[in-house]
Design a protein around this ligand. Structure first.
Ligand code: FAD
Length: 395
């Protein structure tokens, strides 16, 4: 019988591993992808949807092509992992045996990390940090903010998926307000971090494109979020109370998806430690963890990073299952952010295993004061990246 690889989670991490092992082993490995959602909606570029730069449909990706490329699809959730028997237990109770397992479940939200907020409250104060109905809800609420209205974003603590994401989102909100005659609306970011990704670039962009509309408040001047009240649109911080907000976007603290934590593969941080040479779990060499659920060393939690880690895991899994040659692990990432029409910035790097983690070898970042032409080219790169990576992930 063929060796069996089971992959749980059909996002950028999991779908890439499944596709690459099926493709590169030429059918020598039996590859099964477990994913309940009929379509994947990308968080990446969901801020561009919010800003009116993309349609919602353009964020949706089906699994038909993967199925045509030798990946067996199981359309239900994995309920638990029996690591002793090397079996995935599915929602309906049936079991899938594996020789190697990949877990790529993404993140879970810590609903108790913001006092007064909850799973029920996400219908009023959306997070939109998992794409789908939440993304549409955030857009509907943004469209209903009156001129002069108040938006409060509660930014998440580290580590979280997409470090520049909250600040790109604020830029897109300001863009929509400004271009729809609501330039007197105000966006306040209450942040538990004293600095954030591409901070100087975002602050320069907000000043230039949206003067007076965006105010970032770091921990030394907010002293933490004490509570929120979804009924009245209130956000209480240590120093200031914001009332009657037209929109509160709560982006809570995060942890690895439950399936990985419940399998005993996370540490006290809530995320899963990996071997940087292979993306194998430090707790179980038969299980690989890729994407947002893993502890990625110097890499951010991004779709680009998940796809890059997935290629390392695919190579290591194929080597373990078929004896194929594995080359030294190399990783790459770039995160683009759109600030206003044709004004995009980027940060990224190359990485390799060193000192027991995935370590940055070389990094780069856009500069303040760049020409409009360079910023326009950067946005073209961003659009090209999306088209390329989604084809690389889902076929
Ligand atoms: P996910 O994308 O979360 O996929 C996990 C999959 O696993 C899901 O399909 C889920 O249904 C499935 N799953 C979970 N549990 C189970 C189970 N028990 N059984 C079966 N299936 C299961 N990244 C970029 O690179 N560039 C960007 O511009 C960018 N912008 C972003 C903007 C925003 C607003 C946000 C929130 C994120 C952004 N990201 C960006 C980050 C990117 O979306 C994530 O890093 C990426 O999706 C992580 O991929 P993943 O495969 O690890 O997890």
């Amino acid at each position: 019988a063929k060796p069996r690889l089971v992959v749980v989670g059909g996002g950028p991490g999991g779908a890439t591993v499944a596709r690459y092992v099926a493709k590169d082993s030429g059918g020598a490995v039996d590859v099964t992808l477990v994913e309940p959602a009929p379509k994947f909606v990308t968080c990446f570029h969901s801020n561009l949807y919010l800003g009116g730069f993309r349609s919602f449909e353009s964020l949706e990706h089906g699994y038909d092509k993967l199925a045509g490329q030798g990946v067996k699809m199981v359309r239900q959730a994995a309920k638990s992992i029996d690591r002793d028997k090397k079996e995935v237990v599915l929602e309906d109770g049936s079991r899938l045996p594996f020789d190697r397992l990949v877990l790529a479940p993404g993140i879970d939200l810590k609903y108790d990390s913001v006092p007064g907020w909850s799973k029920a409250a996400e219908e009023v104060m959306p997070h939109a940090w998992k794409a789908g109905p939440q993304t549409k809800l955030l857009k509907a609420k943004l469209d209903a903010v009156p001129d002069g209205g108040l938006i409060v974003m509660i930014a998440p603590p580290n580590p979280f998926r997409c470090p520049p994401g909250p600040y790109e989102r604020v830029s897109m909100m300001a863009h929509v307000l400004k271009t729809s005659g609501r330039g007197k609306a105000k966006i306040i970011i209450v942040d538990p971090k004293d600095k954030f990704s591409k901070m100087g670039l975002f602050q320069e962009g907000w000043e230039r494109h949206y003067p007076g509309m965006v105010e970032w408040i770091g921990p030394s001047i907010n002293d933490g979020v004490k509570s929120v009240d979804p009924k009245t649109g209130t956000v209480v911080t240590g120093f200031e109370t914001y009332k009657n907000a037209a929109l509160v976007n709560v982006i809570p603290a995060q942890m690895a998806g439950a399936i990985a934590r419940d399998a005993g593969l996370a540490n006290a941080s809530g995320f899963c430690p990996i071997d940087p040479e292979s993306m194998a779990s430090q707790m179980d060499p038969n299980v690989f963890i890729v994407g947002d659920a893993a502890i990625p060393g110097d890499m951010p939690k991004s779709a680009f990073a998940a796809n890059s880690q997935a290629k390392v895991a695919a190579m290591a899994a194929r080597a373990a299952l078929t004896g194929a040659k594995a080359f030294p692990a190399r990783y790459a990432n770039t995160c683009w952010s759109l600030i206003d029409t044709d004004d995009a910035v980027k940060v990224g790097g190359r990485y390799a295993p060193a000192d027991g983690k995935i370590k940055e070898v070389e990094g780069f970042i856009s500069k303040t004061g760049e020409s409009a032409e360079l910023r326009r080219q950067t946005e073209q790169e961003n659009l090209g990246w999306y088209a390329g990576i989604t084809a690389d992930i889902w076929g």
